[in-house]
Write a protein that binds this ligand. Sequence first.
Ligand code: C2E
Ligand code: MG
Ligand code: MG
Length: 705
Amino acid sequence: MSMRLGLRGRFWLIVLAATLLCMILGLVGWQQQAAGMQQLARLSEESIHEAGVRSEQRRALAMAQLIADAMVNPLYYFDLSLIGEIARSALAQPEVAYVLIYDDDGRIVHDGSADISRFGQRMGDPLANVAITATTPRIQDDNGIIDAAVPIWLGQERIGGIRVGISMRAPALFEREAVTAVEARGVQLQRRMLGIAVTLMGGLLVLVFLTALLISRKLVRPVQRLARAAHRMAQGDYAVDWPLSQRGDEIGDLEDAFVRMGESVGRHDRDIRRLAFDDSLTGLPNRIAFRETLDTRVRMAERNGSEIALLFVDLDDFKRINDTLGHDAGDDVLMQLGARLRLAADKVGQGRAEMARFGGDEFIALLGGHDVRERATRLAQAFLAELRQPIEMDNQSIVLSASVGITLYPQDGLQAAALLKNADIAMYRAKLDGKNCFRFYTRDMDLAVERQMQMEQDLRLALQRNELSVLYQPIYSLAQGRIIGAEALVRWKHPQRGQIAPDQFIAVAEQTGQIDAIGHFVLRTACQDASTWPIRGAEAPIVSVNISARQLQGGNLPALVEQELRLSRLEAHRLHLELTETTMFSHEAEAIAASTRLRASGAKIWLDDFGTGFSGLSHLRRVPVDGVKIDRSFISDMLDDPDDLALTAAIIAMAHSLGVVVTAEGVETEGQYEALRQRGCDNVQGFWIGKPMTAADLVEQLLRG
Ligand code: C2E
Ligand code: MG
Ligand code: MG
């Protein structure tokens, strides 16, 4: 990531630069000021020096003038003792280095000493010449000595002169003191200036800092906050987290506008989400929304080390509601159920369970946290209990059930997709285990259920790929001693798995609804084949076709039967429809209505697998059927189990008393055949007579008689 200089960074950079500039300017000013001070010190030193020299000069001149005036007479009279006296008193003055009295030629008359050692000597020092020739007072200085020379006049005649030398040592000392004082003063001043400068600079810095802070707080920070909020909005979080501002300025306006924009965009987003993610019927989140929730929850669980239970709820036989009551009623039922499941989920999940409608009649629930296995069990039980409560619809009460598959994170899978698949598999298992129950996913379910699911998919293609065919198992009339027809039995030749028995795929086809298409195919094939079978003797051969419960529910079976009869030109009474006993009695009213309508078309109704439903013989009176088929299980045990033999005999007698034809299934031995014949059974069917065979083989059999 490249470094980005934000607003705040830039701002502080400018502040820093400004401060630095101020400091440099201050420093330069300070230096200038220091140099000025130095110059001032030097100037004052010079002027002090000059003033010192001047005053000493004046003093020297005054003293020399005074002595000169006093010397006129003594010099004229050459009174050495008076001259010496005056000279000595002058010498006694402080800082007077020498006093020289000389004659007109410049020869020393007196120097103030006792013996006048230099008497009569000519002055030879560097300043002497000027003094000797001077006609007016003269001032000279040399080597720290100020020399004042004054000529001594007597009238118009210069009789000599006097020189006073004053040492500059004391003035120099004083001068140094003065300069030091000035310098000290200067340093003091400079210090004070520095103090003021530092205070000013500090004040400036504090001011700059405070201004910067203020700007940062009032401008940069709000802008940054706006930027962050905008960034969050871009990521879909529209809640702006500051209250409506109290500021009356433009930034305040901007903030307020932002809050309002966030609210409005958020509202739109929620609307859009509701449209996209909620199921319009139940108001629950839909599949897409749930996928998102699941993903988030899995990630959350990953972080917290918590668990998830996924409950996949699939209503049992919901299609029946749609088929019998119509889709509006179906929607109504779904709506009520959705609300009820939601309530149950809220109660067990303590408001934290997620609930969604996953598809047509599928719901899904998610529990997070801990002990999810135990809580999922309770939730599944609550769901099933909830569904057991009847739904009132137009004076009808409908009772539904559901199959629930449960999978757990992380035990069963770590990925959302895997969890969904597991829950689906477990649900499927619950369906296979008889519906109206719940199953936890286990790994060994995969294989079995996956095979089933695979079969479902393959079955969908089976019809298109012409993998289905129909075989015919002969039915033999004991009274007539000949084959009177055959039962149509469907066969599926799977491209990879070979022959698949109907027991294995009919149940699957019933669950998925594919049985309608398969049943139609068998019906059409059977009718067409039977219409070509040879007629020998008085009666034409019959064909019996198995009808599963689901085919009855649609309500359009009678129409379909009539259509196929018409198309094949098969006489209606030659078509027998086999309904199982369980189909007939579990939805009795429905079944009676359907079979009545079917019989109206002329087809016969036979009750298949009779005896397995334990519905009792008395039920036979209530349902309008033309025949019963005693289940193979009775026939196979008949010779060993006296109860089965008795029951078989009772069924035959009872059926005959009701005018119903009896056919025995699964006759495999001559003994069974004989026993049935003796007890007056009408028809037999089974391997003893003939196994299921192709239509061509059956025709051959029929021709042979
Ligand atoms: P089902 O209607 O009771 O059919 C008789 C079954 O018993 C057939 O099995 C047949 O092959 C078998 N069977 C006949 N005689 C004997 C025998 O002597 N010994 C033994 N062990 N078995 C015998 P299949 O063809 O496997 O069909 C099984 C079931 O599948 C049928 O029972 C029927 O309920 C269902 N089914 C078959 N075809 C169709 C169909 O086209 N539609 C529907 N809805 N169900 C069908
Ligand atoms: Mg049958
Ligand atoms: Mg049967």
